[in-house]
Design a binder for this molecule. Structure first.
Ligand SMILES: [Zn+2]
Length: 48
């Protein structure tokens, strides 16, 4: 870690809250730190 000054809000990139995986039938909630529209499980599939 280079810096520990990440306590302030807004320094860490975050995405919309309340998103869910785009995969049909998957209701996995996405982390605000997840830049993708799929959960980790389906992200691999979407990149194929
Ligand atoms: Zn999913």
């Amino acid at each position: 870690m280079k810096s520990r000054k990440t306590k302030k809000r807004g320094l860490v990139k975050q995405f919309k809250r309340g998103r869910v995986c785009k995969k049909i039938g998957c209701k996995q909630a996405l982390s605000v730190y997840n830049a993708y529209e799929y959960c980790h499980l389906h992200l691999k599939e979407s990149l194929r």
